[in-house]
Design a protein around this ligand. Structure first.
Ligand code: SF4
Ligand code: SF4
Ligand code: SF4
Length: 312
């Protein structure tokens, strides 16, 4: 494969042809902010946070979709770039709820992090606010579209990784929002509650309902683990607070990030099988079911029982 050498912030770097400027910068350990980018997903280059300055190019190009070229010179934090990023953050905050104090994602939110890093305290532009009802229709995911920044990562992960296509962009202009077909609640959609959308959401628009109120990011220790509920062996992290497991989260860096409801629910068995109810959707309604049924283990349990009886 042919190689390309370019200079980023005064440092030379050689990368395979076809790489993006963002790939090359990350190889050098340079941090470029992103909101809609995810290495596992297609790249719309939509949020513009990853813009850089490249002499000879008319505008500030999005580094996640700009291919490298031999001899290219890139500045990731020039004055023009920093000013443009500040404006993007201001525009996002212009109609964003001021809820960092109680938001579940506080401390783990990219919008909050970038506002801090770029010193965006005052929002010069004040926009109209959405008044969307929070979707609490199911036991697994809280959807607050008032906090959504329309990065589209949830749409892409649902379609490209999970293959479910449950959600998409709906309406236009200011009314654009992410919604299941016919803008129903999630409980009325074909969602399988894999929570992949929750794991890629950069802000507090999607929250794992079972983790809500259980602790701030910095209070929770993460322990990598491989799920043994089926042969797929998905990687995820056990979330522990004060030595007690309080939740599970998809391992961001691991291949095979998809994590099914079975792995997520298995957690409830750790402390007390009767502590929290398991739910399954039957005839369009969530109903409480035995854990064996929720985990799809009924067949296995029956077989084990049968084997045991034969052996006697
Ligand atoms: S989504 Fe982020 S910026 Fe918005 S309220 Fe929550 S923590 Fe704050
Ligand atoms: S939980 Fe899974 S299936 Fe449901 S919307 Fe999110 S990614 Fe799609
Ligand atoms: S819900 Fe989250 S992941 Fe989906 S578009 Fe909004 S901000 Fe992005």
């Amino acid at each position: 494969m042919s190689q390309v050498t370019l200079t980023i912030n005064g440092q030379k770097v050689t990368v395979p042809a076809g790489s993006t400027v963002l790939d090359a910068a990350r190889l050098l350990g340079l941090e470029i902010p992103t909101l809609c980018y995810d290495p596992m997903l297609s790249k719309p280059g939509a949020c513009r946070m990853c813009i850089v300055e490249i002499p000879g190019m008319r505008n500030l190009p999005a580094s996640c979709v700009t291919p490298v070229a031999e001899g290219m010179v890139v500045e990731t934090h020039s004055e023009a770039v920093v000013e443009a990023r500040k404006t993007i953050i201001e525009l996002l905050l212009a109609n964003h709820p001021n809820d960092c104090l109680t938001c579940e994602r506080s401390g783990d939110c990219k919008l909050q992090q970038y506002a801090y890093e770029y010193g965006v305290r005052e929002v010069g532009i004040q926009g109209e606010f959405h008044q969307y009802e929070i979707d609490e229709s199911n036991p697994y995911i809280l959807r607050d579209m008032n906090k959504c920044i329309l990065c589209g990562k949830c749409v892409r992960v649902c379609a490209e990784i999970k293959g479910e296509n449950v959600i998409d962009f709906a309406y236009r202009g200011f009314n654009t929002k992410i919604a299941p077909a016919l803008d129903t609640k999630l409980a009325e959609s074909a969602c399988v509650y894999c929570n992949n959308c929750v794991s890629v959401c950069p802000v507090g628009a999607l929250v794992d309902r079972r983790l809500a109120g259980k602790g701030r990011t910095w209070e929770v220790e993460q322990e990598p683990i491989i799920c043994t509920f089926c042969e797929a062996g998905c990687n995820f992290n056990l979330l522990k607070k004060d030595g007690k497991v309080v939740g599970v989260a998809a391992a961001k860096a691991a291949p095979g990030r998809p994590m099914c409801l079975k792995g997520r629910l298995g957690l409830e068995l750790i402390h007390n099988p009767n502590a929290a109810p398991a739910y399954l959707k039957k005839d369009g309604e969530f109903v409480e079911v035995p854990w064996a049924e929720a985990l799809g283990l009924e067949g296995i349990l029956a077989k084990l029982l049968e084997k045991g009886q034969k052996a006697e």
